[in-house]
Design a protein around this ligand. Structure first.
Ligand code: PEP
Ligand code: MG
Length: 324
């Protein structure tokens, strides 16, 4: 098995019937790049930039951020890098921002909500990203988007910073895709509307599951409700992928589910374009893909979505298939 995985390191990720899907990696710092390259990652599907802020005693400067983003873009040598703007708040505290304690931090002041409210911090990050964009293939992604106006406001700020840099004669790439995380059910439901305005979606199942099932992702006592295979989750995922494709956009996934060996066959069936996971799951998943036929997976996923009533039934269905 180990040998097969090694052999797959430099191969493309293709299904049994030859369909290419992108296997990307999630990273937290530029140091994680070696793991991505060693495991044959085709892209970075999620760079969690909040670690830049959390590993520091004060707000990271534009230059500090530029250095980190440039290192990742150069390290990937032209392969796509999806950088998520900071997702602070929720369970991720930042002492120097002095955010007040909240009753429900996961439902509170976090991510894009902070960025739009304290837009100087956001603008600094965007300028660093735009300046770094000439060093590779940058894609910018906003976290925790619930409404279209949030996306429009974030994009407008990005465009303003782009214009300011242009005025100062600073070069910026002209092909930067701008997308959103789908991790709030409201956005998953309205994916058809979002798809007209964004360049891509990346489904954040870690949060999407917690918000859909109303089960805190950190709370052991309700962890039985944290169900990636619940047909409700699968239907939301399908809605998002279909909406993207209808507008000619791509849909990826960067939650844990993207590297889950039970979920992958279903996600292939639903037509997911990009799977972003911890680097150590990439070769295992590339190997699994070679055994999956997309037409068969489409049937399997339709059965899971339409006939299964529980997560357990979905697991049984997939296991029956994969043990054949
Ligand atoms: C997610 O919510 O699925 C996700 C990838 O983001 P994070 O785990 O950083 O909240
Ligand atoms: Mg999230």
């Amino acid at each position: 098995l180990k040998l097969e995985w090694d052999r797959l390191k430099d191969e493309k990720s293709v299904t049994k019937d030859g369909k290419h899907v992108e296997l990307a990696a999630n990273i937290g710092t530029p140091k994680d790049l070696t793991g991505v390259i060693d495991n044959g990652g085709e892209a970075i599907g999620l760079y969690r930039t909040e670690f830049l802020y959390m590993d520091s005693k004060e707000l990271p400067t534009e230059d500090e951020q530029y250095t980190a983003y440039k290192a990742v873009l150069e390290g990937m040598d032209g392969k796509p890098v999806v950088v998520r703007t900071m997702d602070i708040g929720g369970d991720k505290e930042l002492p120097y921002l002095e955010l007040p304690k909240e009753m429900n931090p996961f439902l509170g002041y976090r991510a894009i909500r902070v960025s739009l409210d304290q837009d100087e911090i956001f603008r600094t990050q965007l300028r660093a990203l735009l300046r770094a964009s000439v060093h590779g293939t940058l894609r910018i992604m906003f976290p925790m988007i619930a409404t279209l106006p949030e996306f429009r406001d974030a994009k407008a700020i990005l465009e303003e910073e782009k214009a300011n840099l242009a005025k100062a004669d600073i070069k910026v790439a002209d092909d930067i895709q701008v997308g959103i995380m789908i991790e709030i059910p409201a956005a998953a439901v309205l994916a058809d509307q979002f798809a007209k305005e964004v360049d891509f979606f990346s489904i954040g199942t870690n949060d999407l599951i917690q918000y859909t099932m109303a089960a805190d992702r950190m709370n052991e006592r309700v962890s039985y409700l944290y169900q990636p295979y619940n047909p409700s989750i699968l239907r939301l995922v399908k809605n998002v992928i279909d909406a993207a494709h209808k507008e000619g956009k791509w849909a990826g996934m960067c939650g844990e589910m993207a590297g889950d060996q039970i979920a992958v066959p279903l996600l292939v069936g639903l037509g997911l374009d990009e799977f972003s996971m911890s680097a150590t799951s990439i070769l295992k998943t590339r190997s699994l893909l070679t055994h999956l036929d997309t037409a068969e997976m489409k049937k399997l996923s339709e059965q899971a979505l339409n006939e299964c009533t529980t997560a357990e039934e979905v697991v049984k269905l997939v296991e029956q298939y994969t043990s054949k």
